[in-house]
Write a protein that binds this ligand. Structure first.
Ligand code: 9MR
Length: 365
């Protein structure tokens, strides 16, 4: 990037191979602009999940967040266990730190997440398990939680992942405290309550393994259609985009997004990363780069795909090695903050003219 530009200039001054200098200058132009500058020209938001501890402790981490992205998602600190550690007692302090950081850096915030089966506080899961929290209580607790959290951030969050990962791979409703106690009514309720608390926020369902058409994404398609027909205020679907180079790229992603778009819904890539069995070689990194740019291109090809968010940008803090043994290297930058081929691929894809659109893509909602 900056080094590349300087190296190119030096080459030009030295008058070495003219052709090589010309080629390097072209690629230096794309890379000289930050991802956020390139994304702005395309009318799309480029985001990252943020680890707020790293943001506070690691200045290199913080400067990449600020320089490269115009949207941020709290990787963990807006989740239930952090936000409501004991019943009715809310702690928004770590999330507020991120929201303030975002405001200072002219970034928007995606809210993640109001209702999930993971990272719930013990008082809630234990209470349901021992029967001290009844179905009616649980519904009230959910209502209160959503109202408190969405109200707290009212006007500061452009998209909320209201309901996260509620379907199984076969498209049936996931077994959780929510489905056990409340059937499937909690989904519509959660959207209605979130909408009441912040009518301007765009409200999303969000899940993984729905990039390709299949049982799970078909079930989401049917679910959103049904909910919209009932007047439930749902605005969009988030495709998480946790890929693995061991599997085929979901080449029907753009097609799949298009059918949700045709329902009048926004779409987003919300948690992109591409993991690799370690150690990663050159070919792996090239394949990874192609997967990232493929996901981004699918989003750019979808009229109301409003944002493309990576689930962390550096291999230094990724969730992947802790979950998938022997895998990692899933992000745009390596552990020493050196941009990988995936970074260049994302920048190049953002820099490319979109067929049928002016270079200044304008604002997408
Ligand atoms: O990246 C998150 C990691 O730090 C947490 O330990 C983990 C707990 O389940 O959640 C990770 O984020 C997940 C996200 O909230 C929802 N989609 C899958 C993400 C990766 O597991």
């Amino acid at each position: 990037m900056k080094l590349g530009r300087r190296a190119t200039t030096t080459l030009a001054l030295l008058g070495t191979t003219v052709l090589m200098t010309a080629v390097q200058t072209v690629s230096a132009q794309a890379h000289d602009a930050s991802l956020r500058d390139l994304a702005k020209q395309r009318g799309i938001r480029i985001g990252t999940a943020v680890n707020v501890d790293a943001l506070a402790d690691d200045s290199q981490y913080a400067s990449v967040v600020g320089d490269q992205f115009n949207s941020v998602t709290a990787e963990n600190v807006m989740k239930w266990e952090t936000v409501e550690p004991s019943p009715g007692t809310f702690d928004f302090a770590p999330a507020d730190t991120l929201v303030r950081y975002a405001a200072r850096h002219h970034q928007e915030v995606r809210g993640h997440t109001l209702l999930w089966h993971n990272q719930l506080p013990g008082w809630l899961t234990d209470g349901v398990a021992d029967g001290s929290i009844t179905a009616d209580d649980l519904r009230d607790i959910l209502h209160r939680h959503i109202t408190a959290e969405v109200s707290h951030f009212k006007g500061k969050i452009y998209q909320w992942d209201v309901v996260n990962e509620v379907l199984n791979e076969d498209g049936t409703l996931r077994d959780s405290i929510w489905s056990q106690k409340l059937g499937d009514s909690f989904i519509a309720d959660a959207f209605r309550w979130a909408h009441q608390a912040d009518p301007h926020a765009k409200l999303f369902l969000n899940d993984y393994n729905i990039e390709s058409k299949g049982a799970k994404s078909d079930a989401y398609y049917d679910l959103v259609k049904r909910l919209r027909a009932q007047g439930v205020p749902i605005d969009g679907v988030g495709f998480q985009g946790h890929l693995d180079i061991q599997y085929d790229f979901p080449s029907d992603l753009a097609d799949n997004m298009a059918r949700f778009d045709a329902l009048g819904l926004a779409t987003s890539v919300t948690e992109a990363d591409v993991r690799i069995p370690l150690p990663a070689d050159e070919a792996d990194l090239t394949r990874q780069a192609s997967d990232y740019s493929g996901m981004l291109a699918a989003c750019l090809a979808t009229e109301h795909c409003t944002s493309f968010t990576v689930w962390g940008f550096t291999d230094a803090y990724s969730w992947v090695p802790g979950t998938f043994e022997g895998e990692g290297a899933a992000n745009l930058y390596d552990e020493s903050y050196q941009p990988k081929p995936a970074y260049t691929a994302v920048a190049d894809t953002l820099a490319k003219q979109r067929p049928g659109h002016g270079h200044h893509g304008g604002h997408r909602h």
